[in-house]
Design a binder for this molecule. Sequence first.
Ligand code: TRP
Length: 470
Amino acid sequence: METKREQWGTRFGFIMAAAGSAVGLGNIWRFPYLTGANGGGAFILIYLGFIFLIGSTVMLAEFTVGRMTQKAAVGAYKSVSRNWTFAGVMGVLSAFLIMGFYPVVGGWATAYILKSVTGLLSDSAAIGDAFGAFISAPIQPLLWTVLFMLFNIFIVIRGVGKGIEMASKVLMPLLIILLLSVAGYGLTLPGAQEGIRFLFVPDFSAVTGNTFLSALGQAFFSLSLGMGCMVTYGSYLPKDSKLPSSAGVVTVMDTFFAILAGVAIFPALFAFGMEPAVGPGLVFVVVPQIFARMGFIGPVLSLVFFVALMIAALTSSVSLLEVVVAYLMDEKKWQRSKAVIATGLVMLVLCSLASLSLGIWSGWTIPGLGVGFFDFFDILTDKVFLAIGGLFLAVFAGFQLKKEDLYRELTNHGETTFPLFDAWYFLLKFIVPVAIGIVAIFGLLDIEQPVLMITGLVIIGLLALFSKKL
Ligand code: TRP
């Protein structure tokens, strides 16, 4: 029995869902620490360049391919040419891998909501050790990951409109209010302007070749590109919705949230004379330390901050879960509930490996690769699969699809106009592949992880050979 494809109920609902996917740990956890580690304003400027030139171009291409084919990641490629099926399968594989560690961090955020008001902030000197002890324990972080995954399953099982769209429409506005409150309070602290200067006055002396690579990788991760996520969301769009403005709004919102997270953290950080360049521990160690110095308001703001972090992570992880669920529904004709539960369970197994790799297995690495499971999932997706996935999508849309078909889809068969079409098409066909190509080559030359990079390429090669039947 062929049932009608699910659709977003309203344009607002779709934008909230797509922005919900984009705004996540990438914005609130990763963007601030990358900015801190790469010298502040100069990094932000380069990042903005990539976001608007490359990111928004690829996002529009993903929406277009999704709506044109009315299929999720794999089906979108496959319905045009079987030779391209592997690129979609790579997206589904990336979804599993990202969901092998993302919910672990989502679980930490959930735990820190409770910890904020149960004494974590009472001894600011112990906050760093407490974080280390928490994430390396065998059972506790896993239970929080299970809870976080249950939230995901609960939302995605209800479907596109009643689940993902409904949750995003409530949670995204709430997220803005929560982050604005923390940022607003931070700005009132004496010495806060130092943090604003750090964020907005570029200092190019800290820029190296690596800054560009981190900025481009971050642009892809933050906008949820390169693995069919926005293709899947685009496939639920009605034929009369406007694609270019949607891609524009989502790109701007994602950027707004990244900057807002920076404003929530850096002014307060400088006000208390702390170090900006501390790396991934920034949000779970330095931020609670800041709140611990604020007196009675500290635990309240900390609670608000970690609720915001959890919400941001949740509306992103549902989009990753949906990529796999949509594949199973489209291509394997599974029921939504069966697909959600089976996929959720597999992801939980991967998360357990990732979580344990930070604790009792922290001495053990995957033979030959030199990293544990958490880093393996993270590096393989972030440094290899997403960028190459974005490259494939741009080449597929630019060279395999017909220019007239893209134009027709983008203008809703002539109902609307898209004056920037030629510029967009040029960026997509030439600039995006070249830019990503350069990054991919640098990634491969990254001598720190050569075996891992080669493993990634071998996996892609095997997919290209064997995935035609999937
Ligand atoms: N964009 C999300 C974040 O910033 C993470 C995410 C969700 C993602 N879906 C994705 C990243 C698809 C890459 C691809 O946290």
